[in-house]
Design a protein around this ligand. Structure first.
Ligand code: HEC
Length: 151
């Protein structure tokens, strides 16, 4: 009898887990991606200030922040499941899902450039870091231009 009860509760556990992964609520996805972008922006801002000379150059701090951005970038794509164009307040345009191939290409480009930024920063060469920062910043802008309603 105890055995049966145990196996039944295991069955419901497994079923529960399957449901949880199958249906991501749009609101949750929207909050997830906005949080990831907030963290990326948090780390990107100080890099921009260093590159513009508005903050003292600090190669170690630059490398740490670049590393964080490179780790966050590949976590973004799962924040845009089908159906998450509406729900919580979002600045993502409907084009994200309409032009899914182009959006994915822009996302891949960002991930690649962010990874390159972290790699270059390990070397500590200021000129190269600044150059790669500009390339990475370009990928933010080229996606925001078509896919974000503000900024
Ligand atoms: C592939 C597309 C894409 C790339 C690349 C991209 N963004 Fe965004 N970003 C978006 C979209 C879409 C939103 C709106 C998300 C929403 O509101 O659901 C957004 C929102 C944001 C936000 C606002 C988050 C909030 O609080 O709601 C910040 C900050 C941001 N992005 C910074 C950046 C920075 C910095 C980069 C580059 C280092 C970057 N993004 C690269 C598409 C992109």
């Amino acid at each position: 009898m105890r055995r049966l009860a145990l196996s039944l509760s295991l069955v419901s556990l497994v079923a529960g887990a399957a449901v949880a992964t199958a249906a991501v609520k749009p609101d949750a996805a929207i909050r997830y991606r906005q949080s990831a972008y907030t963290m990326i922006g948090w780390n990107f801002g100080p890099l921009a200030q260093m590159v513009k000379g508005e903050a003292p150059w600090d190669a170690a701090a630059f490398a740490l922040r670049a590393e964080r951005i490179a780790a966050l970038a590949p976590q973004l794509p799962e924040g845009f499941p089908a159906g998450s164009d509406t729900g919580a307040k979002t600045e993502a345009k409907a084009e994200v899902w309409k032009n899914a191939d182009d959006f994915k290409a822009k996302m891949d480009d960002f991930i690649t450039q962010a990874k390159a930024l972290a790699e270059v920063a390990k070397g500590g060469d200021e000129a190269k870091m600044k150059e790669q920062f500009k390339k990475t910043a370009g990928t933010c802008k080229s996606c925001h231009d078509g896919y974000r309603s503000k900024g």
